[in-house]
Design a protein around this ligand. Sequence first.
Ligand SMILES: N[C@H](CCC[C@H](N)C(=O)O)C(=O)O
Length: 277
Amino acid sequence: MLLHFTKMQGLGNDFMVVDLVTQRARLVDDEIRRLADRRFGIGFDQLLVVEPPRDPEMDFRYRIYNADGSEVENCGNGARCFARFVRDQRLTHKHEIHVETAGGPLTLTVENDGQVSVDMGAPRFTPETLPFDAAEDRVLHALDVDGERLEVGVVSMGNPHAVLRVEDVDSAPVERLGPAIEAHPRFPKRVNAGFMQVVSRHEIRLRVYERGSGETLACGTGACAAVASGIRQGLLESPVTVHLRGGDLRIEWAGGDAPLSMTGPAERVFDGRVVLN
Ligand SMILES: N[C@H](CCC[C@H](N)C(=O)O)C(=O)O
């Protein structure tokens, strides 16, 4: 069958976006892996699927699949592209869009300057919310990785994140430690690994080795998790500018159970059609 899609990106984190409100298709994990391949397929970090909501209070259901075919709970850069897509496709005329995800509800707001703000909900730190194998909630957890003892902050933004502070993101051993943290046995559902350099109390640099996709040019939930952990450690104050390899995000969080807000760009790249097996 022929499937229409739109290629989009948020700070270089790139997506295949599929409208299953006006189309019908069943995408299985090996087909997703084929489509994600940058040589044999379309190529993307994540597949974003737009569906009718199950909850009548919501406008859409938002499903996310990594390049390895795994379905996940949240994608921050994808949420901004989702908002741009549903408005461009005239699936909604709303400026404030409510979506349900496997990680909980999100509110997406298309700003007048074209940026998109996302209410990401409150960060959660208790190990069972990731899940992470630990006896108690701690600001930093000791984690033995590849012969080293690291101190990581663990944060759920709906999806799981481990945040490691480094002196310099450019020289951080992301290629070595990223996969080792992602697959660490204390994270039963694996984990996204963030490498955070604190520039000032309102500014960080960040690289993220993403669960199921490898290092990406930007990770929205990773930026949220890094800022939340940095504020909790007393290193940062809201608002925080996060410099990622693909560009900057603005994160605001008042702490505690307050919702965390992320603001940044969302761009269409091209529309396409693909024949599904
Ligand atoms: N790799 C992530 C999903 C995509 C997150 C990222 N692209 C973002 O912008 O938040 C995970 O397995 O939880």
